[in-house]
Design a protein around this ligand. Structure first.
Ligand SMILES: Nc1ncnc2c1ncn2[C@@H]1O[C@H](COP(=O)(O)OP(=O)(O)O)[C@@H](O)[C@H]1O
Ligand SMILES: [Mg+2]
Length: 163
């Protein structure tokens, strides 16, 4: 088990700020990462993912793939797979769609509600915890692998540079 390399904690004032933090995350992105997003409905998981994907150059909407489980984007030289497992009935469904093939060395996977697929999903490099803080949101990101720690470190620097 690797030690937690880096930790990022932040209060996020608005939806726009959450979107912009997604853009900061894009600056240190590299292939092969698995990023899990935890937190209640409406906490801002999709907003963060949207900020990331749009800042890479994707023009158009980014919606939670609640019914399809996965949406994939080719943008900014990356292949991004965005999962939303909120409606996943049985983790076996993930086996059936060959979920492990998505977690490849040349793709980045972002997973909302990873706890619903815990039995099947590989461990994450980074977990982002989002929660309500009054009208605002609280964000905590933890790297759980060396690569993940590196990403959180870059993310923190990019977020601070934007302020
Ligand atoms: N500080 C904030 N950060 C993120 N979203 C916020 C914030 N304040 C209000 N919101 C709103 O909360 C909702 C978050 O929705 P969404 O990103 O879809 O959450 P989730 O994917 O976690 O269910 C959006 O309507 C967004 O505009
Ligand atoms: Mg969502």
């Amino acid at each position: 088990m690797l030690a937690k390399d880096e930790l990022m904690c932040q209060i996020v004032d608005s939806s726009d700020e959450m979107h912009s933090l997604g853009g900061s995350l894009a600056t240190g992105l590299f292939d092969g990462l698995a990023i899990y997003l935890r937190g209640p409905l409406g906490a801002g998981k999709t907003t963060l993912v949207r900020g990331l994907i749009q800042s890479l150059g994707h023009v158009g909407s980014v919606k939670s793939p609640t019914y399809n489980l996965i949406a994939s984007y080719q943008t900014g030289g990356f292949c991004i797979h965005h999962f939303d497992l909120y409606r996943l009935g049985d983790p076996e469904e993930l086996e059936l769609i060959g979920v492990r093939d998505y977690f490849s060395a040349d793709a980045v996977c972002l997973v909302e509600w990873p706890e619903r697929g815990a039995a099947v999903l590989p461990p994450p490099d980074v977990t982002v915890f989002l929660d309500y803080q009054g009208h605002r949101r609280r964000l905590r990101a933890e790297g759980s692998t060396k690569r993940g720690g590196r990403l959180v470190h870059c993310w923190l620097q990019a977020a601070e540079a934007r302020v």
